[in-house]
Design a protein around this ligand. Structure first.
Ligand code: MN
Length: 228
């Protein structure tokens, strides 16, 4: 059904994570009108920017596309970059996941590896063969970071389903987790109440691993505080 018509698609496990952990999930449509965007944001207490198959257009971080990959729609890229700007401006809690982390970094002026296997010799396999409910590589968590506060661990195992990643961290952000091959797996803003983005997929892990559940719980906790 639908053919090649533009269609909204979101894995239900994102909704389930938010709902089961006590939040009220709301899917935001990609409206273009600035006042409509503001009205939408007025009605939420926090933001979860999810991953998507396709990648951001490299011109958004000043590069031409050097490898073959599908691009997200202009509309989605534009909308999500604006969400990040608004979240910063409003100090609205934000959790970015996978492509959502890449969006956070680019929105703040950072850049991306367009293709890890092509650009990072000796990198781990960040597109694991195992199902996403299994963890396959470790990350080291930066001491005293927001992420460290959330997971209360120096190291944790994560799943991995990405071929791009943060190259230069945006000036206003800090790396807060790194894989053994140097690939940055989490970034955050020290200047905001809760602005955290991770490269792995806790929506596949929250049911089995308390440590990954805490990422959603921390977002929801920050959202409740923002509302109060
Ligand atoms: Mn990875």
């Amino acid at each position: 059904m639908g053919g090649h018509e533009p269609t909204y698609f979101l894995r239900a496990r994102y909704i389930r994570a938010v709902e089961e952990l006590g939040g009220i999930p709301l899917i935001l449509p990609l409206v273009a009108e600035p006042s409509a965007r503001r009205r939408l944001l007025d009605s939420v207490d926090g933001l979860l920017i999810t991953g998507s198959g396709p990648d951001l257009p490299p011109r958004l971080y000043g590069e031409r596309q050097r490898y073959k990959f599908r691009l997200v729609s202009e509309r989605r890229a534009n909308f999500e970059l604006e969400l990040v700007h608004q979240a910063k401006k409003r100090n609205l809690p934000l959790l970015g996941i996978c492509g959502g982390m890449q969006t956070v970094n680019v929105a703040c002026g950072g850049s991306l590896y367009q293709d890890i296997p092509a650009q990072v010799p000796g990198a781990l396999d960040h597109r694991q063969k195992a199902k996403a409910v299994y963890v396959t590589h470790p990350v080291t968590v930066a001491p005293k970071s927001l992420l460290n506060k959330v997971v209360a661990r120096k190291k944790l195992m994560v799943n991995s389903s990405h071929h791009q990643s943060v190259k230069t961290v945006a000036p206003s952000l800090q790396a807060s987790a790194v894989a053994p091959d140097g690939i940055i797996e989490a970034i955050e803003s020290p200047a905001h109440r809760f602005l955290l983005a991770i490269q792995w997929h806790p929506e596949f892990l929250f049911e089995r691993y308390a440590v990954h559940r805490r990422l959603f719980e921390a977002l929801l906790h920050a959202a409740r505080r923002a509302r109060a």
